[in-house]
Design a protein around this ligand. Sequence first.
Ligand code: ATP
Ligand code: MG
Length: 504
Amino acid sequence: MSLLKRLGGSPQPVSGGMPATTAVPTESTVVPDPRSASASVATVPATDGPSPAAPSGLSSRIELPPEKTGKQNTPDSDDTGRLLDLSLWIVDRIQASLGSQTVLEQTPETERLLQERFAHIYRQANAKLPDDQVKQLFRMVCDELLGFGPIQCLLNDESITEVMVNGPKKVYVEQKGKLTLSSVKFASDEHVLKIIDRIIRPLGRRIDRKWPMVDARLPDGSRVNAIIPPCAIDGSTITIRKFSKNKLQISDLIKFGSLTKEMGEFLNACVVSRLNIVVSGGTGSGKTTLLNVLSNFIPSDERIVTIEDSAELQLAQDHVVRLEAKPAEVDGTGRVSIRDLVINSLRMRPERVVIGECRGGETLDMLQAMNTGHDGSLTTLHANTPRDAIARMETMSMMAGMDLPVRVIREQIAAAVDLIVQQTRLEDGQRKVSHITEVQGMEGDVVVLQDIFLLEIKGKTPEGKLITELKPTGVRPRFTTRLEAHGFKLPPNVFGAQAPGTRR
Ligand SMILES: Nc1ncnc2c1ncn2[C@@H]1O[C@H](COP(=O)(O)OP(=O)(O)OP(=O)(O)O)[C@@H](O)[C@H]1O
Ligand SMILES: [Mg+2]
């Protein structure tokens, strides 16, 4: 049934409001268009008469904290709280007037209806707020009914890359690589739960005390994790890695100083020459972004299979098969893991396998694939240095439960992986490729690593920004002949011919 049909055209009396007979039009209320603060306005009849029990303290301007999301708010600002309470009070009434089954979709028709309902109910609340605050109130109501409530404004802000809700009163954001407490608050833990429900319901997912965590995606592709009590001790927690519509390109990374042009040329040559490459890094260091950049170096005539927990990669090539792991159904069955997909992908005649992240036993399958003709594969893993990345691959391979001796696993790693690219998020928020390291083989029981490019930290500006330099170590990798066989004759200066080598 269409929304208009369900709703009728004009405002209805709402629960908790006054009877329809008291709704005498007396004046006009200006309500902003939700799509634009300055755009068209709807003029609707207002009502006189006794006000329903609206939240208190509304008869004059509510002092709001600074709009800037990055700025820290004074904890528990009463005024923000009062505006939030009023918005939720209006939302309740609009919802009651629409019927609880109505699913609102963001269409111009819905927005017009919300304008009318809002104006009607705002009149009933007898709140005499200045126009700018009425606009803000209306935006909050729309965000609550059509979006993801208080965090919708953070999701709309393109300068924010991550949103972290730690219970109702603490919402952190990441901007320019730095985490700050925002001024956004929820009314209560139930309010946070309601937004989690809003996120996961369309996906047919569930969260409850029995299984209190869930991974999901917003309609725009942003990655969401939610975890609630009893496991989240201090309140329901949401973590959103915002999907960037324009994924960073190699030129962006060079412009930001995350790597040099020479490092970019070198990595391009390594990918085209079918080296097996592992991107290593800490949480949020930029691993997936770098994997995306590297994957885009794959020649467009090769068949690529990507395997991810939550599809984030955006490849420009045409011939790409995208696979995504699947969580278990409500009855606990039907899970399809990354490992299952890696095994399956090998029957799909892939020329390249790109694994979003190795977290467990799939590492062994990946190493075996790399060692049995599926070269040119790419993946990421969680480790803080190239040496740690080797240890991590050992541990994760053991998770496959094949009972292989450590030495055998280590030999597989040394034979399979050609290059480790270490991505690091520095203390000042900058993200850099801190090491490009060749895996040269085994010496005794040890995997031999040779840095080809390294990040050097030279100091700090008075503002706290790190001064860094990305440099070749002067050592040419042993696989140079493979690059040459693919037509890459990188000049000696790419590797900093004069500088002394460092062997670790
Ligand atoms: N070199 C870079 N310079 C600036 N911002 C970057 C850089 N690389 C990534 N980012 C930004 O950092 C954020 C995290 O990036 P990304 O998702 O690639 O990290 P990750 O290491 O894969 O995270 P996770 O461990 O959660 O999977 C994104 O918003 C991304 O746009
Ligand atoms: Mg990632």
